[in-house]
Design a protein around this ligand. Sequence first.
Ligand code: BGC
Length: 742
Amino acid sequence: MKNIIITSLFFMSVSLVANAQTPIYQDRSKPIEQRVEDALSRMTLNEKIAVIHAQSKFSSPGVKRLGFPDFWTDDGPHGVRPDVLWDEWEQAGQTNDSCVAFPALTCLSATWNPQMSNLYGKSLGEEALYRGKNMILGPGVNIYRTPLSGRNFEYLGEDPYLSGKMVVPYIQGLQSCGVAACVKHYAMNNDEEYRHQVNVVVSDRALHEIYLPAFRAAVIDGKAWGVMGAYNMYKNQHNCHNEELLMKILKGDWNFDGVVVSDWGGCHDTDQAVKNGLDMEFGTWTNGLSLGKTNAYDSYYMASPYLEAIQKGKYTTKELDDKVRRVLRLFFRTTMNSNKPMGFLCSESHYSAARKVADEGIVLLQNKNNVLPIKFNRTKHVLVVGENAIKMMTVGGGSSSLKVQREISPLDGLKSRLGSNVKVDYERGYVGDTTGSYNGVTTGQNLTDKRSADQLIHDAVEKAKKADYVIFFGGLNKSDYQDCEGHDRKSYDLPYNQDRVIESLSKANKNFIYVNISGNAVAMPWHNKVPAIVQGWFIGSEAGEALADVLTGDVNPSGKLPFTWPATLQDVGAHKLNAYPGVWRPDHKVIDEEYKEGLYVGYRWVDKEKIHPLFAFGHGLSYTTFKLSDLRESSNKISRDGNITFTVNVKNTGKYDGSETVQLYIHDVKSSLDRPYKELKGFKKVELKAGENRDVDITIDNSALSFYDDRAHAWTSEDGDFEALVGNASDNLPLMIKFKLQ
Ligand code: BGC
């Protein structure tokens, strides 16, 4: 007994001594800020320099001596990119790095459902956790300014409000896993072709009202832990070390407490990086995609050159300590976070999340004579045509390219859903790009077809004549100069002669359905001759399943376009005003791209110029019909610190259960500055059984009435009359109610 007491006294005193000696930074009960300060005070100058730049293609070091693990980033944003070698872009050859590919962000945005964003972010975070990644390089919120931009598929569309509302829950879901978001590409990386040379010239109003709000929402509402600086320049300074964007706006006005990560190869200068807010330097001397300089890390701008400059007295450690504090905070949020949930890779829950997002994001653009959904009782023979019915789309496109565990093609998805009672035939129709590899990942598909273009059309038409339905899967793909990073599309037209194939098939069969696979709008000169048009996006692993869900009516489509679909490029402000891709300076090193259309992007331009786009922003049909009526308001006045709730009744007047998205736009009747005719300021998706009706509330506050006053350099609103316009698309707003700001 005596021995037991002595032994326990001994252990108690040992543990008391141990507790007394536990450094604050290791003490989980202490607030993060205190742990950050403590860790900072223990770090040597070399250790501080080490944590602010990469040590390999995608990682940066932790602090070995103090027990902070290495920090691993990875692309983003649609799935967790496969591992490359330490210092090369070659595949690491891992067999455990296949993932679930989620739908591209344009499709997510088309759901107009923030809950889908949250599910997406959480599922992706779980995949990242399992793969040992601490930061996902995404989501992207650059605004869709021209349909030629190669990277629009990675973003959330043209509208700052919609992008902001959709990005916040994605970040929250992802970060709830202890995996940091790195919101990109801050800012105005709106086209790809000369992304390293572009200097954007934009008005203050367009900057604050169009190009920054989604980033602001990501930082202020989403509390993103990381932001990636863009390659391009603004005010002649690269955005990875841009004084106004990073120091004044992001870290000043928005109080961002996370890290600014350079895009891969986006840092160009030690002095600017030190002073203008860059916190972590990655990918220097690469183009981000392929090129690389061997083991360059020690000579990065924020490595030896910075260290030596401090040692020589050029800088104190003031800026360095601020950067390191942010990095340590990031460590406590991620690698050192002891509340992380479990990770999963390729779990059924992730496939189901991918399919849900896809089901809700597919947009039914046109459906004359209710040709869709496929009528099973009248269908014995379906002809599927087109390269995009069989081509894997998860490989390619640039840094978002993935190595998937599975990707169900549209053809396979349809075959399995239509079952053995329906004969499903396939014809190629055209040959586009038969290659299928990116960065060492190959699809393994042999897509070669030796038939001539005429023969391909002839063969497809012959079969089309005999089928009950012809479903053509065309559009773009992930090859260079299409929906792909690094370049823009060269033309608005569909590539590979597809227009001819479509015209011929639509003549041969009246039940012709065109499914467009892309992240961008494309020209459709034949749209009047085609009964049904579906926007099928890049949907990832569950592409075939989700497309079959919608085409057969298992799922009633409810997606809405997150961008305007112009008939021609001349209907886009940037093109009409010759404001893309810009003007080269005489030295041919910098191209100035002046955003001459200012605020008038997408539907804002359409309203101003009274253009009829092919399909409007917010447009999307359903197999059922809805009626919106009885618009009411909680008051006909709003004060600057108050709010108003608008209520509208939505009734499902058709035969199918379905979902409708109520959209609310605000029109400022009179304003001292020029304003777009209307702007989206609220939306809500509602699910209704056939025949059911429900009241839907949307509440706005003063921020919905405000604009950026470039005279005062501040957001402001003006007393007077406003109108709330309510409907289900930007070109279908049948209800209006007036109110006053007082
Ligand atoms: C892209 C980034 C990406 C990075 C790392 C760059 O080329 O612009 O979006 O996260 O490479 O792959």
